[in-house]
Design a protein around this ligand. Structure first.
Ligand SMILES: [Zn+2]
Length: 139
């Protein structure tokens, strides 16, 4: 908090501020100056003001960067999820195809067994007829 050069009263906030930008080797530094008015003697003087606005701008920039990072991560997650879903979708389709194939195989096997059983029945029937036991054991 700056002090009045006349009576040393601390003056809390400036009634006017302005910033001065200076190019440095690192880039640019911004210094805020303020015009203060002493509440005790009414003296007006210039002094360095708090860099609240600069800090605010920096924190907004920080938040924007953070949001950008989070957005990036979110987009990555979405992309990964989309790829995973695509892979799972393909896998599901493949599994359904495989199940379908297995079902057909099972059906074919059942058909084959059924016709084999039918043939065996016929064989049993003709053997019974041949041996003359068919009439004694009605079905
Ligand atoms: Zn003063």
């Amino acid at each position: 908090m700056p002090e009045c050069p006349e009576c040393n009263t601390a003056v809390e906030s400036p009634f006017k501020t302005w910033s001065v930008s200076r190019k440095t080797a690192d880039g640019e530094t911004e210094t805020i100056f303020g015009m203060f008015e002493c509440s005790e003697c009414g003296n007006r003087f210039r002094a360095g003001a708090k860099n609240t606005e600069v800090k605010k701008e920096l924190s907004i920039r920080g938040v924007a960067e953070k949001i950008k990072t989070i957005e990036g991560e979110f987009m990555n997650t979405l992309k990964n999820l989309r790829e995973k879903l695509k892979t799972l979708g393909t896998e599901r389709a493949n599994l359904l195809l495989e199940i379908d194939g297995l079902k057909k195989m099972a059906e074919a096997k059942a058909d084959a067994l059924e016709s084999e059983v039918g043939m065996l029945r016929e064989e049993v029937k003709s053997l019974k007829q041949l041996l003359g036991v068919g009439e004694m054991e009605p079905e």
